[in-house]
Design a protein around this ligand. Structure first.
Ligand code: GDP
Length: 193
């Protein structure tokens, strides 16, 4: 069955978004970061594909480096194996902190997770949408989104990339830009029946 895959660092609001997308309420939110470790499949409301929640990656308290790397490796393997089946990849980031985190982890020998994952999905030919969550906490929204484009190698302004950059506030159910962007990609693939 065709699927939409959700990836993102821990605590960006992936569970909250899943709840909004699926209408289910059984997801753990606000609990321990990184509790979702296995790929989980849920049916997207009223659509004929499943949505896969891949484990959160990056820092998690009480989880050692080796285990973190293992989680990341699992995600990469999963995506490589199922790339042909994945209609759209959704990379969820925290709009409040994403630029700081990317810049902190950028260096001659270091590529930040979010940037790496974005390019990895695109290299696999998986159409990718970046769901920029927690926009309710961002003051200068345009500036933040332009900066994100810059870090991802997309030429600003972000408004040119609305099928890629989707500012949302999952907590309040404000996810229309994401639905629109996903729909655009499904449409391109002739799956918007
Ligand atoms: P996950 O680890 O990625 O699954 O993140 P969760 O869904 O558990 O959310 C982590 C924290 O971010 C929780 O305290 C959520 O209430 C909060 N959160 C999620 N979405 C939003 C949002 O749109 N705005 C704000 N301000 N907080 C959010």
């Amino acid at each position: 069955e065709a699927e939409v895959a959700l990836v993102g660092r821990s605590n960006v609001g992936k569970s909250t978004l899943m709840r909004e997308l699926t209408g289910h309420s059984k997801f753990d939110t606000g609990g321990k970061p990184g509790v979702t470790r296995q790929p989980n499949h849920y049916d997207w409301t009223a659509e004929d594909f499943v949505i896969t929640d891949l484990p959160g990656f990056g820092f998690m308290s009480g989880v050692d480096e080796e285990y973190r790397e293992q989680i990341k490796t699992n995600i990469v393997h999963y995506l490589e194996e199922y790339a042909d089946n994945v209609l759209v990849g959704i990379l969820v980031v925290d709009g409040k902190s994403v630029i700081d985190i990317i810049d902190r982890h950028s260096g001659p020998d270091e590529i930040p997770y979010d940037v790496e994952m974005f390019h990895f999905l695109r290299d696999l030919d998986v159409p990718t949408v970046v769901a920029v969550n927690k926009m309710d906490k961002v003051d200068d929204k345009d500036e933040r989104l332009n900066e994100l484009c810059d870090r991802l190698g997309l030429y600003p302004p972000w408004k040119q990339w609305q099928e890629v950059i989707a500012p949302i506030t999952a907590k309040r159910g404000q996810i229309d830009p994401l639905n629109e962007a996903v729909r655009t990609h499904l449409h391109e693939q002739g799956r918007d029946d």
